[in-house]
Design a protein around this ligand. Structure first.
Ligand code: KG4
Ligand code: ZN
Length: 373
């Protein structure tokens, strides 16, 4: 094992005993941003092994992900991460039935590293290869493992159709998930993602990267009504988002009230900012529940996924909203919200079941909307 690989997270390993007698085993690889990750997942929803090598410490001093550094770090890590994933599952490549990797969207230098590794393994072994859309990984992972707002053990799985709030660093969308490969866009951000707003506000306050978890923690000790942040689009019909106005409000206020800031100020600022994001998401999801396409499909579950789904206030607000509308609430366990290989392996299994395998060489895509699947 490369001794550079120090930040490994084994994740939650699951053990389900019912299902296929000879389950399909999928090796999934994720490398689209700042995590090099691999996992072995089976068709009975077991995670046999899972390694997440986070590059966060390498990007922290720049206040965000530096694409060239990320690509280089993926190259250095990918072989050892895959080898170690197989070793920890007690498997060799011969035991694996399907290879899956993120083929976009994401930082193309990183995507290429994972995709070429997967292509190489598939071609040299003759095993089927699945090109996973990263967003589809986030969208389907609640079917591998889901929990209520504060639960840690992902004991249940979510059935189609479901209403999905997909909020990550790069995306912010409301989707009606009808089935594998069937994603109807109900609303999306017109400018920045919610994750980006968390990261930028944390940066403005000098709190470090990634901002989401830090703002979340600070907000727990702050007053959400201390500062008046805007709620963009909340007085308008529809399900689209806009977060740039919230960021500008933060910038303008901090320009007028420069550092040093007391802990109390920072906590209150984080709580007030977070409350505006929570209100915007709740408002837009309420509209989505009334959307005719959603009503006709009749989803029974409201799901939040993507890195921002780790946010405690967002999970709580959406759980309440689901209850109020007679829906069940579900979210992936915390370690399956941010980027990880298990979600890619699971999307690999789901796509393999419907025969979506790569039949000729494909080029990875930096942009790849879910609607184009
Ligand atoms: O899904 P993800 O790992 O990467 C992308 O596909 O973009 O999401 C990363 C994003 C970052 O913007 C990070 O700040 C945010 O998820 N995030 C959070 C929390 N934990 C991570 N945002 C709010 N609250 C959190 N607890
Ligand atoms: Zn992601």
């Amino acid at each position: 094992m490369d001794e550079k690989i120090i930040h490994m997270d084994m994740g939650t390993l699951t053990s389900n005993t019912t299902g296929d007698a000879r389950p399909t085993l999928c090796l999934g690889i994720e490398s689209s941003c700042d995590e090099t990750s691999a996992a072995i997942v089976d068709s009975n929803r077991n995670i046999l092994s899972h390694i997440i090598y986070s590059q966060i410490p390498e990007h922290q001093k720049y206040g965000g992900v530096v694409p060239e550094l990320a690509a280089r770090a993926h190259i250095l890590a990918i072989d050892s991460v895959i080898e170690e994933t197989l070793k920890r599952a007690g498997k060799t490549i011969d035991d694996i039935d399907v290879i899956a990797a993120t083929a976009g969207p994401g930082l193309i230098g990183g995507v290429l590293v994972g995709w070429m590794a997967a292509t190489g393994i598939a071609q040299s072994t003759g095993k089927p290869l699945i090109a996973v859309n990263h967003l589809e990984g986030h969208a389907l992972v609640p079917r591998l493992s889901a929990t209520a707002a504060n639960g840690e053990n992902g004991a249940t799985s979510v059935e189609f159709p479901y209403l999905l709030m997909l909020a990550s660093g790069g995306h912010c969308q409301i989707l009606l998930v009808r089935g594998v490969g069937q994603y109807e866009l109900i609303g999306q951000t017109l400018d920045d993602s919610a994750g980006d707003a968390f990261d930028k506000v944390a940066k403005m306050l000098g709190l470090g990267y990634p901002g989401g978890p830090i703002v979340d923690a600070r907000a727990k000790n702050g007053n959400p009504r201390a500062f008046a942040f805007p709620r963009p689009l909340c007085d308008k019909p529809g399900c689209d988002f806009s977060f740039s106005g919230i960021k500008t409000a933060a910038r303008t206020f901090l320009d007028k009230n420069p550092a040093p800031h007391s802990d109390e100020f920072i906590n209150d600022f984080c709580a007030s900012f977070q409350a505006s994001v929570v209100d915007c998401i709740s408002n837009r999801i309420t509209n989505a529940m009334r959307d005719n396409r959603v009503r006709d499909a009749g989803p029974k579950t409201l799901v939040v996924a993507g890195g921002v789904a780790k946010n405690s206030a967002i999970r709580e607000a959406l759980e309440k909203l689901a209850q109020k509308n007679n829906m069940t609430f579900a979210a992936p366990p915390m370690n399956l919200c941010t980027d990880n290989g298990a979600m890619i392996a699971w999307a690999g299994i789901e796509n393999y079941r419907i025969g979506r395998v790569v039949r000729e060489p494909i080029a990875p895509r930096p942009r790849w909307p879910l609607a184009e699947l």
